[in-house]
Design a protein around this ligand. Structure first.
Ligand code: FE2
Length: 305
């Protein structure tokens, strides 16, 4: 098993790099750190060199996810482990600014996974305008075979399952956050949403005000989810990806297999369980994920390996 412990970055191909840079810098308040000769943009949330990569393309889709992995195993040892499991991988050197060495391979649904030990802490810090989230907190993926994909993240990358909603959403974590990854059973393979952690409920309301100033409607929420109990709200980025803002997410204690107790937990202790609704307050779901699924294209299969 390869003990992944931190979500690092989301890499996108995009039809409009400049519109996405404008969104990430002026609306989210992240910082443009680097532009490659081909125009690829590297954007930092605050600490790491980058948390978002934007590459010009004829399609708009998530093309890779970066995870930080601890130093117990060298990348060469990780490569050997993956080979034993029948998984092809390659080690890259200086493929991205700020990351000297990484290893990449695909998960069973075709998502490109990139692992690294170290990324430069060379960003200029948090932004001074816009929303300015704490961090990129989780990624949700629609997978054609969610069970196989979940098993992969559990058995190969050491994720733990923390909750389920119906037979559709599978919540996984690689650290104390309730989820850093959500695998959703779908008919197509695409990024379901990515989520940024905010500081507080007040920051959550402020985020909708800032979105409104930029004429970006809040599509659903704020409301409190069942799985993870996070306050959450959703909107579209310029590429029509669903972006979640959240705060107040459950903390998972793996040694006890419980969530850190909170006054709003109905179960004490709150253990991983299967929920039969999306939200805790009964908030009306204003945009239907199945309709998103209908128009979302399969993201192209990663072809780097
Ligand atoms: Fe989410």
């Amino acid at each position: 098993m390869i003990p992944v412990y931190r979500l690092g970055y989301a890499s996108f191909q995009t039809k409009d790099v400049e519109a996405m840079i404008e969104y990430y810098t002026n609306v989210l308040g992240c910082v443009l750190v680097d532009r490659a000769d081909d125009g690829t943009a590297y954007i930092s949330n605050g600490l790491e060199h980058h948390n978002i990569i934007l590459k010009a393309s004829n399609h708009s889709y998530l093309d890779a996810i970066g995870w930080q992995v601890n130093r117990l195993n060298s990348l060469q040892q990780i490569r050997s482990f993956l080979k034993e499991k029948g998984i092809a991988s390659e080690i890259l050197h200086d493929a991205q600014p700020g990351i000297a060495e990484q290893i990449q391979f695909t998960d069973p649904d075709g998502n490109l996974v990139q692992l690294y030990h170290e990324i430069n802490y060379s960003a200029p810090g948090f932004g001074n305008h816009g929303i300015v989230p704490n961090k990129l907190g989780h990624i949700a993926l629609s997978a054609k075979n969610a069970k196989t994909t979940v098993d992969f993240y559990r058995e190969i990358l050491g994720f733990k399952e923390t909750d389920w909603i119906w037979d559709v959403a599978n919540f996984l974590t690689c650290n104390e956050d309730h989820h850093t990854l959500n695998i959703v059973q779908g008919k197509k393979s695409y990024m379901h949403h990515i989520a940024f952690e905010l500081r507080s409920a007040a920051h959550q309301f402020k985020s909708s005000d800032i979105l409104a100033m930029h004429e970006i409607p809040t599509l659903w929420g704020p409301q409190r989810h069942t799985a993870g109990h996070n306050i959450a709200s959703y909107h579209f980025d310029p590429d029509q990806h669903v972006i979640e803002f959240y705060t107040d997410m459950d903390k998972y204690i793996p040694e006890l297999n419980i969530m850190e107790p909170k006054p709003w937990h109905k179960d004490l202790p709150q253990r991983p369980k299967k929920w039969d609704s999306l939200d805790y307050w009964g908030t009306e779901y204003a945009f239907a994920l199945p309709s998103i699924e209908e128009w979302k294209e399969d993201r192209p299969i990663a072809n780097l390996i």
